[in-house]
Design a binder for this molecule. Structure first.
Ligand SMILES: Nc1nc2c(c(=O)[nH]1)N[C@H]1C(S)=C(S)[C@@H](COP(=O)(O)O)O[C@H]1N2
Ligand SMILES: [Mo]
Length: 352
């Protein structure tokens, strides 16, 4: 069942009042989070904000299939071997009290190519065939359009681990340790022309193994875009792994973008193509609902989504609510990218 990105036909007449103590989307958000965490039923809603951590984590049965199996073929394992402490980024190391348990983060996902049910994505994704072969197509304003083999993408730069906050536009958040390298390293390898100002990413469509792509409510593939200077910012990351290992499919194997100051949908998974352009590219969600999903989509507690406030978020690890931070807490690092620009918000102009 869809929650915040329902098909067009469902979108009319949804409540959006600020006055409602808990609007419809909030209700479903909590219920879905709690159900995923193993807290049964609507009865749990009343105490949702104050439930003890211990009652929320690790209470799923042991008979579940593994949720942490890397999607990549084991022949790539040596690329991921390494000591977590040694490869930790000095500014973004693991902060254990804040980290979301993998048993939660890897069983609560948005990946519509599999399903719109966040608690079921991982099960379907675990059935995706082992990834042994995966070309990345590079086109547009680039010195040499070409295809990169999987091995080349995986080895562009030494792997770093970074714990980032991650905020979905639907108001859930987590903190996970990604394994990867700065997106800038890949961009430098690809060599965009000086005229390139944007970079566009396209995700895989596999009708056989991604059942959600047979859903005709959406026009696949999923695609996203960044301004090139955003993509080159030190925080922008190409994640190849999570929790110290190669990525399980539900997080976007073999590689996905992570831009922690933006809403989660700006981090496309399972990327098969990159294109450099001089015009602002469209994006999957902007095409679906332009008023709600802009090119920039920076986390901002003061800017409402058309159907809900963004002032508060729920941490999926603890079930606790907390105030949303401007630029998801990364304002010191990235706000200079937007000073003097009126074009950064979902509701203002598209052109930049
Ligand atoms: N290809 C693709 N990428 C995607 C999505 C998707 O449905 N398809 N969902 C996005 C959204 S809305 C979020 S919040 C994050 C979720 O990432 P996670 O499941 O690894 O936590 O992935 C983003 N990337
Ligand atoms: Mo999201």
């Amino acid at each position: 069942m869809p929650f915040f990105h329902p098909p067009k036909s469902w979108r009319t007449g949804r409540p959006s009042s600020d006055d409602a103590p808990m609007d419809e989307s909030d209700f479903w958000n909590r219920r879905e989070i709690l159900r995923t965490l193993g807290v049964g039923g609507v009865a749990a809603l009343a105490g949702a904000g104050s439930l003890a951590v211990s009652s929320l984590v690790g209470c799923r049965g042991d008979d579940d299939p593994a949720y942490d199996t890397p999607a990549l073929h084991p022949r790539f394992e040596s690329i991921f071997r390494g000591n977590s402490a040694e490869r930790t980024h000095p500014a973004y190391g693991r902060v254990r009290p804040d980290i979301t348990p993998q048993s939660v983060a890897s069983r609560y996902n948005n990946f519509y190519e599999f399903t719109q049910q966040k608690s079921q994505v991982w099960r379907l994704a675990q059935r995706y065939p082992t990834i042994d072969d995966w070309d990345l197509e590079v086109t547009g304003l680039v010195a040499k359009p070409r295809r990169l083999a999987l091995e080349e993408v995986l080895t562009v730069a030494p792997l770093e681990e970074r714990q980032y906050r991650f905020r979905c536009v639907e108001r859930w958040s987590m903190q996970v340790p990604w394994l990867g390298y700065p997106l800038r390293s890949l961009i430098d390898r690809l060599g965009p022309l000086p005229s390139a100002r944007y970079v566009r990413f396209v995700s895989r469509v596999d009708r056989e193994h991604m059942p959600g792509t047979r859903n005709r409510d959406y026009h696949w593939p999923y695609f996203e875009a960044l301004r090139l200077d955003e993509a080159r910012h030190d925080l922008a990351f190409l994640a190849l792994g999570i929790y110290g290992r190669a990525m399980p499919m539900q997080h976007g194997a073999p590689f996905r973008v992570v831009t922690p100051w933006k809403y989660g949908y700006k981090s496309p998974k399972s990327i098969v193509a990159i294109e450099f352009t001089d015009r602002p590219p469209n994006t999957f969600w902007h095409r679906e609902e332009p008023e709600a999903y802009g090119l920039y989509s920076n986390v901002d507690p003061t800017k409402r989504h058309p159907r809900w406030s963004q002032a508060v978020e729920t941490d999926i690890g603890t079930g606790r609510d907390r105030a949303t931070l401007l630029l998801n807490g990364y304002a010191d690092a990235v706000s200079h990218l937007y000073t003097g620009r009126e074009d950064q918000t979902p509701t203002s102009g598209w052109d930049a």
